[in-house]
Design a protein around this ligand. Sequence first.
Ligand SMILES: [Zn+2]
Length: 246
Amino acid sequence: MTDQNASPAAPIDKEDKWGYDLYPERKGEAPKAKWWQIAFFGEGQVNKDRFKCERNVYYCFQNSPLVKLMYSALKSSGCDIDLRRHIACEVCDIKVSGGYDPELNQIVVCQNVARSEGMIQGILTHEMIHMFDNCRHQLDFKNAYHLACTEIRAANLTHCSFLSAVGQGDASFIRIKQQHAECVKTKAIASVLAVRPDVGKEEAKRIVDQVFDRCYADLEPIGRRIRRNSADMIRAFNERGNYGYD
Ligand SMILES: [Zn+2]
């Protein structure tokens, strides 16, 4: 999260960033292997990872009830997803597994971190909730309250439930058996801090607390909190008609 990786050719305005340091490929460079990726992993590995990641993304869009539900919710809201345009597999900082770039309206799946279908399903669902909120409410991601709200919703609807430790790769949040709401709070604060290094921990906590009740109660478009190992995923997908999604 320091500036040491920033390319002098592509300065990033601090005001405009949403965690660019974590997504080096987001700096306007061509979407191909960078010298530093090749130096660390070899070009062959980078390309192989990208191919695998894209194949897993495609698999989730074909087979995951949650990803399919989010896809149809977005489509019904006028924000159709084109896999090639809206989803990008990239090499990221290992601190993150995925992200949503509100400026390009693109989901980033971190090909060097997210290596399984299950993990990619979790990332896609989480980031598609940000995309959905942005589509529905024109979120201002630079506004920490907006950011906190969509992070609460993403954690509430997915992460703190069935996706659990493998879903987002940060098992430590789940290891201790927390109350669901506490889990959502912890995860949302961590997500706000990851995207906004300028916001302190106490401030992030205060912001999350302030919007928590309203955003925690808003279950659209999944309609329920998905429990681990339950039939909720399928049920949510089957009941998508209740919200008018097809
Ligand atoms: Zn998020």
